[in-house]
Unconditional design. Structure first.
Lengths: 312, 185
């Protein structure tokens, strides 16, 4: 067995805090966990002495289920917390909520919170390892890792590939984490969307900006399509979803007009007929469901590597 | 790197491998309903050689051959300074009701085999499992695990390190005994 270096961090708070070596270590470990997920018994006993609390202060389908599955596949004990049915509605603070949970001997926290920086704040006050499952409009590191892992699986590598992120970049934590992750792996990154949904200074992150969807898709090898995050928008940034779909929606005619076949991704949930049509989402160029499958393996790798830095 | 003491090499090494293969043939005949499973990483080097020699004796032997990685089944996870990187598992068959020959190069404490047995159980319930090892460090066991087939037996203190080297990657087939693990690196 080869010894691998542990991750350079005790928590996974964001892609900006991890190194390219950390990302490679996660990917190599995820390769092995993906094989485990194809076995008759899809379970390994590695985390049998660990309890993980999933604290979701925002709605989630994919991420919550994916983490829970990953934890159970590693034989961890899992408890799920939903803010709407907890004492948070009675005014309990985040820190009090978490400390109460930790005093029940929970070892790791997976948290999704609407406030940017919530996971970082928590990491300054508690000992347990924290995995950020999304903090407001800030980062969603596990999504970026599984997206990059899926690109690597489909195209053989991420380095030197051209990836465009299309849609509501301004309000998307997936977009920011993807930009950081893909750049750390040596990819070229661009964003595309209406000017009102592209942050003013995004070029300072080293990304190219397209306002024309056809030009963006012609440039790229991979298009990662984002949903319009209406729930995060304080004002109207676009005239209507119908107009957005007309100018930025990805449909089969648009894909077929390109000079090459590109890979289509989407972090979910999909609003069919808005940012992406069904004939694209369900096409052979789409790896949307592969992303979901890879998400479990990548999250298993992250939990395994973070747990290894917590001695028994 | 300190020089290890060579305790098996050249012709005797080859004869030991051939003897192990003939013992398997004596027990399993045509290897019907039989699986050979090597434990990654270095157990697979032995199992590859065993399989190659068996096929050179009779290319129609009917066993299935797989390789299993036990990293995620180890009992020392979170008790090491750094995690271990898993190798590939290549098991495209079930072991349900099959006879299994589990292979590792050196049997030391028995913990690797314990992990291997747990991993094997995730591919079905075998009818029988036998253990084949090239080197049996018989007095260093932590668990009640013994080989069914052993190439050689070594009596060594706990700190000693036994390394099996292979022509394919180490340029020579030989077994070396070091004073400790550090002197072998």
């Amino acid at each position: 067995m080869a010894i691998v270096s542990a991750l350079s961090t005790k928590h996974l708070l964001g892609i900006k805090y991890i190194t390219p070596q950390d990302i490679e270590t996660i990917f190599t470990t995820a390769d092995n966990f993906k094989e485990v997920l194809n076995r008759p018994v899809k379970k390994v006993p590695s985390l049998r002495d660990i309890t993980v609390a999933n604290l979701f202060f925002e709605n989630s389908t994919r991420t919550r289920m994916s983490f829970e599955l990953a934890e159970k596949r590693l034989s961890a004990d899992v408890i799920n917390f939903s803010a709407s049915s907890s004492s948070v509605t009675k005014g309990e603070t985040l820190l009090d909520t978490v400390n109460n949970i930790l005093s029940m001997k929970v070892d790791m926290i997976v948290m999704r919170h609407p406030a940017p920086g919530a996971a970082f704040y928590l990491s300054q006050h508690i000992d347990a390892s924290i995995v950020n499952a999304g903090d407001g409009t800030h980062e969603h590191p596990t999504q970026a890792l599984l997206d990059a892992f899926s690109i690597r699986e489909k195209l053989g590598a991420v380095q030197d590939k051209k990836i465009v992120i299309v849609g509501d970049v301004k309000h998307s934590r997936v977009a920011l984490s993807n930009i950081f992750c893909l750049q750390k792996l040596g990819a070229q990154v661009a964003v595309c969307g209406p000017p009102t949904l592209i942050p003013k200074h995004i070029r300072e992150l080293g990304v190219q900006v397209f306002y024309d969807i056809k030009a963006a898709l012609e440039w790229c090898d991979v298009a990662n399509i984002l949903r319009i995050q209406l729930e995060r928008q304080d004002i109207k940034y676009i005239p209507s979803l119908r107009e957005y779909a007309l100018y930025y929606g990805v449909n089969k005619d648009l894909l077929d007009s390109l000079s090459k076949k590109i890979v289509i991704m989407h972090p979910g949930p999909i609003n069919r007929g808005v940012e992406i049509n069904s004939d694209v989402a369900d096409s052979g160029q789409s790896i949307i469901l592969d992303q979901v499958e890879n998400g479990v393996a990548v999250r298993m790798a992250i939990l395994y590597l973070l747990a290894s830095s917590n001695p028994a | 790197m300190a020089k290890g003491r060579i305790i098996l090499k050249n012709k005797k090494f080859q004869l030991t491998i051939e003897r192990l293969c003939n013992q398997l043939i004596e027990e399993y005949g045509n290897f019907d309903n039989t699986c050979i499973v090597g434990i990654q990483e270095r157990g697979v080097l032995l199992s590859d050689r065993i399989v190659s020699v068996l096929y050179s004796i009779d290319k129609n032997f009917a066993f299935k051959y797989g390789k299993v990685d036990i990293t995620f089944y180890r009992d020392d996870f979170r008790r090491r300074d750094t995690p271990l990187m898993a190798s590939n598992t290549e098991m495209d068959f079930q072991v349900e009701n099959s006879q299994v020959i589990l292979i590792d190069d050196v049997l030391y404490t028995g913990r690797t085999i314990q992990s291997g047995l747990i991993a094997l159980g995730h591919y079905g319930r075998p009818a029988k499992v036998e253990l084949l090892t090239l080197v049996d460090r018989r007095f260093n066991r932590h668990l009640p695990i013994q080989p069914n087939y052993a190439g050689m037996v070594i009596d060594a203190i706990d700190e000693a390190y036994v390394k099996v080297e292979w022509d394919e990657i180490d340029t020579k087939d030989q077994v070396l005994l070091y004073q400790n693990r550090e002197s072998a690196t």
